[in-house]
Structure formats: structure tokens, C-alpha cells
Design a protein around this ligand. Sequence first.
Ligand SMILES: *Cc1c(COP(=O)(O)O)cnc(C)c1O
Length: 222
Amino acid sequence: MAKIENNLEIIQTQIKQAKLRVNASQQVNIIAVTKEVDVARTQEAIEAGLIHLGENRPEGLENKRQAIDATVSWHYIGSLQTRKVKQVIDQIDYLHSLDRLSLAEEIEKRATKTVKCFVQVNVSGEESKHGLTKEQTLAFVKQLEQFSKIEVVGLMTMAPFTEDETKIREVFKQLKQLQQQVSELSISNVPCTELSMGMSNDYELAVEEGATFVRIGTALVG
Ligand SMILES: *Cc1c(COP(=O)(O)O)cnc(C)c1O
């Protein structure tokens, strides 16, 4: 296995170059997706300087949280079952998979502090993917104004399963357009300034299209 420090340096260089190619100036936060690796490897990620960690199952999150003292931000990046909210919600700083009103209601009931949420959007319309359509997203965020425990910091998407860069880029572009539309609604707890998009295989494209959080597993800690 390559050292995380070395992987991180490569990824940071690629991100810098991607920004230069399009004259982009946004800050890009790297989330180390540690769902497939153990506590020791996660510790190595923290020692390399990573401060955002991503998990996608309640058990994985709990394991890592119990073993790790360092002050880091915990991101929950998987779909979250309503009945697991109680167990998970006070353990995380960011939820990347807010996709239904019943989930928002459960968070409102269980959380003891405000949770930074990304609304998950299924831009590509693939049936296998979670998330709201673009039309549903606008209606959905308007319903969130009443929720004091939810702050919609941005939108999240997963790119389609394809090698076709044009298609992937189009999905990222559409997410950004939607993010701007949502932001313009000026809902007080929906600033929606952030874009969570890009993984190991497509983070450079995502950065070119405006990503502010990239979620990287394999290329970083794998
Ligand atoms: C696993 C996962 C990632 C990281 O994927 P890699 O291809 O390993 O970088 C990112 N986002 C989500 C939602 C994931 O489930």
C-alpha cells in the first residue's frame, strides 16, 4: 500500500492543476473516505493532515469514533435509514445524503445540535442511485425552513457509471446550476453554497466544475 502522505500530495497537485486549467478559486476540501479501511489506516490519514473523514455505515462510524480522539469532522456519506438516525446523528458533523422529508423529520426530533446537510440529488437519473430529481430538490428545500436542526450547506451527487467524461461533466455542471438556484431562494437555513461531488475517478472534473468537497477513498487510503 502506498503511503497516504504520498497519495495526498498527488491529489493536492491534481486539484491545484484542475483549478488552474479553469481559473477556479474555490477552496476544495478533501474528505478521506475511510469506509473500507481500518482504524490504523484512518490514523495514518489524520497524521497526513486530513481533517475530514467519511463513513457510510453506522458501525464503521462508531468504530472509528471510539478509537480516534483527534479533532476531525465526521461526514456520513451513505444513505441513512430513518431508524438509524438516533444512533448516528449526534456523532457526525455533516450528512451528505439528505433525500426525504421523513429523514429530515427524524433528524429534527433526534439531533441535539444543528447538522450540516447536503441534499443528495440524482442528477443522472440512474435508477440505481439515491437522491431527488432536480425538480424535487427545489420543492424539498422549501419544506425545510421549519427545521431548526438542519442547515442545508450544499448539494451532493454521484456521477453516472460511465467512462464518458462529457456525460460526467454535464452532471457536475447541472448540480452547480441547481445549487445556485437553491441558494437564490434565500431560505435562512439553506445557504447552499457547497458542492459535494467527485470521487477517486472523477474528482479532477468535479473540481473544474466547482466542487468544494471531494470524497476520495481508493486513490487516497485504498
Ligand atoms: C465509497 C464512496 C466514495 C469514495 O469512492 P472512491 O471511488 O473509493 O473514491 C465517495 N462517495 C460515496 C458516496 C461513497 O460511497
